[in-house]
Design a protein around this ligand. Structure first.
Ligand code: ATP
Ligand code: MN
Length: 464
């Protein structure tokens, strides 16, 4: 008879009472009872909670092995699921305990005491075995799936845009270079590096956004989205920036900025409510241990209408609010995160969509308004995290677009294909970019973005 392998999550359900099962996982704790048996707490990552296993002294390897089990050891356990008299519904009465791997309690780092998240980052190979990182990992998985569900339900096509690119979408300086040139011995021509010798015959980079390529597909297929890794070489050591992160970028033909804002708002609400529905146990854990206003905040965000106001209105509020900011507020300057947080946390106490930003602080592809001073940009801001989405209606008029490129010293030659989209069947279109890790931060309440991605890449950190 084959083993009835089940997850800890399944074994914790009352429906399995009376069944003979096999669970496999890692020991969290062992407690020996005077009555001649041991309690083992086993976790396999399928859910936050452990299953309690009763291992009787009759087991043939009780003294040799069971009584030596400690945190981190890996085991397979067969036995019958029983109704538990404790606070959990079920427990397993072990018929057989097989030890696969020991974890020396003298050297295994994850002992019972609480470790700081900073410390756990040094053990990124072991932190998935902690409650918090298990919960983050499961929530991140549900967020990713619900992102695909949202777009697939609306017939958006999932497309894959390149990770290596020769176009610098947002302006130089923050891109990682990709090269096979010998850095110790660079080929030169006229006193400069000769990129003709390089792999792609030109300077190339890791992408900062798939938007420009997504536009190509939107202008053929209607509604599309990309969801992939994105790279920024900015040297910002903040709790909200990574050098490698995951971005979702929908791009929609025949959409204006209002359509774009409507989509972004229903998108976030659907993702948040899916997490609340499907990750109850993990979300209660975050509410209890990380941020006790989490469930209330998410609930109210799902119910509320996101406030929408122009950049100009936001600047007026900030100028008149009497708050002392570190960075000055002045029309034409970019808003800093302290300003965004004041607006979402103090003034409106909820999510906001700011739109119509000064053209001088935004990229060339955003649609210019009739006032000639602002562009159809939008940022979605949420309490604590700040900007979670940035997007815009795109400039679909060839002449305006080439003027903007000239103003920003961009070479139209290298964007010839992007400009062709305006030459051949151009349409109004719009899109946005959502940082996956910012969403996971917002829904879990985790303060540092390095703790919501399995292996964070930040300046000076690429160990794992
Ligand atoms: P910020 O002002 O916060 O640095 P940005 O305006 O440079 O962000 P966009 O270019 O608008 O960011 O990118 C779209 C989205 O991608 C952002 O709203 C954010 O959710 C996410 N994002 C941007 N940069 C990072 C980063 N370095 N690490 C993690 N997520 C990021
Ligand atoms: Mn932005």
């Amino acid at each position: 008879m084959g083993l009835n392998k089940v997850s800890v999550r399944a074994a914790r359900q009352r429906e399995l009472i009376g069944e003979s099962v096999c669970i496999e996982g890692w020991i969290r704790t062992r407690r020996d009872s005077k009555g001649g048996f041991s309690f083992l707490e086993v976790n396999d990552g399928s859910c936050l909670a452990n299953i309690q296993v009763i291992a009787d002294a009759d087991l043939p390897n009780y003294e040799e092995e069971v009584q030596k089990l400690s945190a981190g050891c890996s085991v397979s356990i067969t036995g019958e699921v029983k109704e538990s008299s404790g606070k959990q519904d079920t427990e397993i009465l072990a018929a057989e305990v097989t030890v696969h791997g020991w974890a020396d309690p003298e050297t295994f780092p994850l002992q019972k005491k609480r470790h700081s998240f900073e410390k756990l980052r040094e053990w990124a190979h072991l932190r998935p075995r902690t409650n918090t990182f298990g919960a983050v990992t499961r929530v991140r998985n549900v967020v990713s799936r619900s992102i695909h569900d949202f777009f697939q339900q609306r017939d958006f096509l999932y497309i894959n845009t390149p990770i290596i690119t020769a176009s610098d979408c947002e302006g130089a300086g923050e891109m990682f270079k990709v090269t096979t040139l010998d850095l110790e011995n660079l080929p030169q021509r006229d006193g400069k590096v000769d990129y003709v010798e390089d792999f792609f015959d030109r300077p190339s980079y890791l992408t900062v956004s798939g938007q420009l390529e997504a536009e190509i597909f939107a202008l053929a297929m209607g509604n599309v989205y990309t969801f992939g890794p994105t790279f920024r070489a900015e040297n910002s050591n903040t709790s909200r920036h990574l050098a490698e992160f995951w971005m979702v970028e929908p791009e929609m033909a025949f959409y204006d900025l209002d359509d774009n804002m409507d989509l972004a708002e229903s998108f976030l609400k659907q993702v948040f409510s899916t997490v609340l529905e499907e990750c109850q146990e993990d979300m209660e854990f975050f509410n209890q241990h990380i941020d006790d206003s989490l469930l209330a905040t998410l609930g109210s965000v799902i119910e509320s209408d996101f406030q929408r106001l122009t950049y100009t209105e936001a600047v007026e509020i900030l100028e008149q609010c009497g708050e002392q900011f570190q960075y000055p507020v002045e029309w034409g300057r970019d808003l800093q995160s302290e300003h965004e947080r004041y607006l979402t946390e103090q003034h409106f106490s909820g999510p906001l969509i700011l739109h119509d930003y000064p053209s001088a602080i935004k990229p060339f592809y955003m649609r210019v308004n009739d006032d000639q001073k602002t562009v159809r940009a939008m940022d979605v801001l949420v309490p604590k995290v700040g900007e979670i989405i940035g997007g815009s209606q795109r400039e679909e008029r060839l002449d305006v677009l080439t003027d903007r490129m000239a103003q920003q010293d961009l070479d139209p030659e290298s964007y010839w294909w992007y400009l062709d989209l305006r030459r051949f069947g151009t349409v109004p279109h719009a899109g946005f970019g959502l940082g996956l890790e910012r969403v996971v931060q917002f829904v879990t309440g985790m303060a540092n973005i390095r703790d919501v991605i399995p292996f964070p890449r930040t300046p000076g950190n690429a160990e794992f």
